[in-house]
Design a protein around this ligand. Sequence first.
Ligand code: ADP
Ligand code: MG
Length: 288
Amino acid sequence: MPQIQQLPAHIADLIAAGEVVERPASVCKELLENALDAGASAVSVELEHGGMTYLRVTDNGCGIAPEQLPTAFLRHATSKLRRAEDLAAIGTLGFRGEALAAIAAVSRLDIFSRVRGADSGASLHLEGGVPGEVTAAGCPEGTTICVRDLFYNTPARRKFLKTDRAEGAACAAAALRCALGRPDVSVRCIRDGEEVFFSPGDNKLDSCVYSLLGRELAKTLLPCEGEVDGVRVHGFISSPSAGRGSRAQQHFFCNGRWIRSAALQAALEQAYRNTLLVGRFPACVLYV
Ligand code: ADP
Ligand code: MG
């Protein structure tokens, strides 16, 4: 008869981490969402080797107090949810309190943070989720998290990663979605020392789309707006003469969050029926 045993905490943590962090792009998305939740107006993402050896996100948000730094890395530790009732009215991108714990469990991580208005900040290093000492650090207001050697302690996960190129592209795509969703926040993405994109954060949708999707695509986009039964949709759709070879440039957002939606995709493409050739697809940036 097989013996049933409860897994030791560190193995349970590694398994849980694998559910949140599948690849560097998940780290990129989670750290960016935290920066946005922290009220940042400017965020930068830098990555090397597809984000596998180095991924750093810097924000000018509210910061974390020195004594709270270790707490932020505990599983189910969050400042965004207090009571069960709060689950019905989530206003932030995160709320489960799992991302930092999961990312730290499978990497070597450094965090530097200074609360807005505080005299100084602090830093903390974690190795495979195990925290060192909190030390005073001179750093700008806001938070910087630097993730190195992702999956160094989970070789099975590392084996499933694709090339630098593919992982880096997925990171940049994740960052782009966050940036497109928040025209009021300036986002810079630097990959292997080269700027991939920079959005001005001036809260103008057209300059945001122009800077993120490029001039060629932006030229073909037309503004649109509508409201039915209290559901408002606004944004840009491509002109019928500018069909694209794939759906890669269909971006849908619901309440500021990038979503994949077969229903919205079908609704969009129905509107173009008989105006686009078979195998050509409209582009859009639509906010619901
Ligand atoms: P969640 O976002 O679901 O709350 P996380 O594990 O992503 O969980 O983060 C845990 C907590 O750490 C957050 O609730 C927040 O209080 C704090 N935190 C994380 N990142 C930042 C950041 N960039 N700036 C300020 N606080 C942060
Ligand atoms: Mg989070």
